[in-house]
Design a protein around this ligand. Structure first.
Ligand code: FAD
Length: 261
């Protein structure tokens, strides 16, 4: 079984701060981590590998060279191979161009049985890249996976819905997006960390990924971000002190006044 996990390195905060002048993310001084959902995707792949002898897990990321540390962490958790797609030409790509580049790299890897992505990245937050990769590869996709069971070439997935879950079956190859309910990612082991630094993170530049230059970067991206901004801080609200009947009565009256009760 050949498993591929797409990993994005993101700033270590859900409170992404923007430079008010340029509208770009402030990355300085913010430590980077593997996107949380991607760790669940990796854990799912590692469990399938543990249960299916001869399986391999390849992690793929597109990002700057600093993403090397995220790749090492994935290797230390148990991935067999790491490929970092990195180059100036890829910069400025929107989600469609990003998924086109990643899908092209995955075609080059070839022979995959299952591709796992996180549901959503905590910085870009679109949840578009996984489904778009599946679309560009022309394979089935199952999103919001909270449970994955493999039986031969058939995968059965429980998809989280707002008010329950849905059971979906697909034949391999398939792309699945993971949510945090899927599993608890394992920790790196000291031996894993040691081995991770003995392995090589393959860097694939522009010349290594056979993409059409017209479809990547800012120019090749069909969407344009006109403006990004942090929403204005809302007022603090009114605080009622006390845990007695009178305070509760005042609270109920105030909510009724606003037609909230
Ligand atoms: C017009 C435009 C210009 C942009 N310019 C830039 C720019 O100059 N620099 C920049 O850094 N970003 C830029 N972006 C943002 C960039 O497109 C997104 O960061 C990227 O496409 C991922 O989208 P997302 O964060 O919403 O991921 P989501 O779709 O929320 O991620 C879902 C899953 O897809 C996978 N995934 C997502 N991204 C990657 C990745 N890079 N490598 C591997 N797996 C991945 C992960 O498994 C992740 O959990 C731009 C976006 C737009 C719209």
């Amino acid at each position: 079984m050949k498993l591929i996990v797409c990993i994005k390195q993101v700033p270590d905060t859900a409170e992404v701060k923007l430079d008010p002048k340029t509208g770009r993310l402030i990355r300085d001084g913010v430590p980077s981590i593997i996107n949380p959902d991607d760790k669940n995707a990796l854990e799912a792949a590692l469990r399938i590998k543990d249960e299916n002898e001869g399986s391999t897990v390849t992690v793929v990321s597109m990002g700057p060279q600093q993403a090397d540390i995220a790749m090492r962490e994935a290797l230390a958790m148990g991935a067999d191979e790491a490929i970092l797609i990195s180059g100036r030409e890829f910069g400025g790509s929107d989600t469609w161009a990003t998924s086109y580049i990643i899908a092209t790299a995955l075609k080059k890897i070839g022979d995959y049985d299952m591709i796992l992505c996180g549901r959503q990245a905590i910085d870009g937050d679109t949840a578009q890249v996984g489904p778009q990769i599946a679309e560009q590869l022309g394979i089935a996709q199952i999103t919001y996976a909270r449970d994955i069971k493999l039986n031969g070439r058939t995968v059965t997935v429980e998809r989280m819905l707002e008010d329950g879950f849905q059971v979906v079956e697909a034949e391999l190859p398939v792309l699945i997006t993971a949510i945090k309910e899927l599993n608890t990612p394992r920790y790196m082991t000291p031996r894993g960390i040691y081995k991770a630094y003995e392995k090589q993170v393959k860097i694939w530049g522009f010349a290594d990924v056979p993409v059409d230059e017209a479809k990547i970067g800012l120019k090749g991206s069909p969407t344009n971000v006109n403006k990004t901004f942090s929403p204005e801080q809302k007022g603090k609200g009114e605080m009622l002190e006390g845990a007695d009947r009178n305070t509760v009565k005042t609270l109920v009256e105030k909510l009724a006044e606003k037609h909230l009760l």
